[in-house]
Design a protein around this ligand. Sequence first.
Ligand code: DGL
Length: 281
Amino acid sequence: MDNPESSQSKPIGVFDSGIGGLTVVRAIRSRLPNEGIVYFGDTARVPYGTKSPETIRRYTREISSFLNNQGVKLMVVACNSCSATALDCVTEHFEGPVIGVIEPGARKALGVTHNGRVGVIGTQATVHSGAYERTLRLIAPEVQVFSTACPLFVPLAEERMEGREATRLIAEEYLEPLINQSIDTLILGCTHYPLLMDTIRKVVGSGVTVVDSAESTADASFDKLQEMGCLEPSNEESPLVQTYVSDNPLGVEKFCRSLMPQERVWVGTAQPTLIYPEVRD
Ligand code: DGL
């Protein structure tokens, strides 16, 4: 793996509770191949989705402070639980633009639904926040939203259990109530869930469009950088993806290679703490 020392202009900062947000990094790299990325995955403290909003907000402040200190030009909150409960914690101290995953995912779903019945799956924190429902209804007041938390999907994704019988059975258990509501669109409201995409698609069937907000978040990042005149000119060499995790990096390197085999990825560890005076809710 390469070393992060090579000079490059300001990177994009991306973070998540664990490795799931690397699915957003992959989408950003394919939309913005000339941009360097600094990613932080809080593998020591994952999952966030079962934690209280107060804890998620504290973690979000710590990580966004760390990425701010790396000199990023744009911050992408690639965690639905943080986007749903703590987006404002990023803007408290980061002066650049901030993009969460909720609005891009909601807009994409509204663009594809035909019957106006949209399912949302996510962590308990995301579903209990009601953030998707609020955002969907704000844009399209007539839409009907059916949400359910799927907490077991996160460990299944982290353990690379895609394609296993146990995963299919759990997916059926979670998704059948939504299918019974005749949804025609399902938002994957958690960045880990695209790692179970094949199973989820099989269980919901071809009549339901599955929306992964990673691509729409990458499009929103492109639009924002273009609007700011901050897009990097083309590079001969693809810039580095600097990946920091808060726990053992060994399995993460392997995961990055399998997810983004064509990318230059460096993996190291970091323990974000607040570098600015603590803000309390
Ligand atoms: N990746 C997080 C999200 O998108 C979920 C995983 C977790 O519970 O930490 O909400």
